[in-house]
Design a protein around this ligand. Structure first.
Ligand SMILES: C[S@@+](CC[C@H](N)C(=O)[O-])C[C@H]1O[C@@H](n2cnc3c(N)ncnc32)[C@H](O)[C@@H]1O
Length: 280
């Protein structure tokens, strides 16, 4: 997201006005700026006040700035905001895709996952491989995305879809286990599949700790059941997820309710990374 602020001032000594242009490429800082001006966070504001005739370079910069602002934001990433202030009472109403509204936050989610070339990921409940595909691009040819699925037909479909992407490995997993080797993954990713796991989810999350390296992470996208009344069985409250994850030895390090989707992204790391009580 581009947010642009522009300020012009006319020095008292009669020199040409100074035109300052700042382009932020962060959705947070700039969204806060918009909120302070009492605007919905997705609206951009350009403050232009040329009190004197601007020089040619300033005019060109102004054209550039306006061109940026005129282009609509490509994804819902543009709506991400750090401020929790409710400026727009509609901001938490669900918009977009009925089944997968969080997919509009793809860029934000991938940024938060921060995958690197060579990483190994297990995409638990990969479905049709919608996430496996962009994750495979991030991990590159030296990485791997284990696309774990319990539905044989979906596994077959993914095999066809990823025939020319050998780093994506679709496979039929057990409902209660990914069956991957210990310490083989940098990330365990569950998008809308956590509520599908068998009853003993603590046990499942515990086993995932073995599969994930000590420095690896667990990322979960789920519908926030308490916040989204539609079909609450197809979601999990954050309190429930974090409680079960803690029981299994994971610590929540980041959480974001993706506004307008009714879904959240929660990222955990292994509890062993944290200091233990000193034995005196
Ligand atoms: C709602 S879909 C989500 C698909 C995909 N992750 C996404 O977000 O687009 C849930 C998927 O999880 C799979 N699933 C259900 N239980 C599972 C389990 N125990 N292990 C692995 N996959 C499972 C289902 O077959 C289904 O494809």
């Amino acid at each position: 997201m581009f947010i642009v602020t522009k300020a012009a001032s006319s020095p008292p000594d009669g020199r040409k006005p100074v035109v300052e242009t700042t382009v932020f490429q962060t959705p947070y800082l700039a969204a806060g700026d918009a909120v302070r001006r009492n605007l919905p966070c997705h609206q951009l504001q350009v403050v232009v006040s040329l009190t004197h005739r601007a020089d040619r370079a300033s005019k060109l910069r102004l054209v550039f700035v306006l061109a940026l602002v005129a282009s609509p934001p490509a994804t819902a990433l543009a709506q991400a905001e750090r401020s929790t202030r409710v400026v727009d009472p509609e901001c938490h109403q669900r918009k977009g895709d009925r089944h997968y509204p969080y997919r509009a936050w793809k860029d934000y989610i991938l940024k938060e996952l921060d995958l690197r070339p060579g990483d190994a990921v297990v995409d638990v409940g990969a479905g049709d491989g919608w996430w496996s595909e962009p994750m495979a691009e991030k991990v590159g040819k030296d990485g791997v995305v284990h696309a774990a699925e319990v539905d044989e037909k979906l596994v077959q479909k993914m095999r066809e879809r990823f025939a020319s992407a050998p780093q994506v490995r679709p496979y039929l997993c057990k409902a209660d286990d990914t069956c991957l080797a210990e310490r083989s993954c940098d990330l365990a990713f569950l998008s809308q599949s956590f509520h599908h796991l068998p009853k003993d989810r603590v046990n499942y999350l515990h086993r995932l700790r073995d599969v994930v390296k000590p420095t690896g992470r667990l990322a979960v996208i789920e519908k926030y059941a308490a916040a989204d009344g539609s079909n609450p069985g197809h979601g999990t409250n954050l309190s429930m997820l974090s409680h079960e994850a803690e029981e299994a030895g994971w610590i929540l390090v980041r959480y974001e309710l993706m506004a307008g989707t009714g879904h959240y992204l929660a990222i955990f790391v292994q509890k062993d990374l944290f200091p233990r009580r000193l034995r005196l």
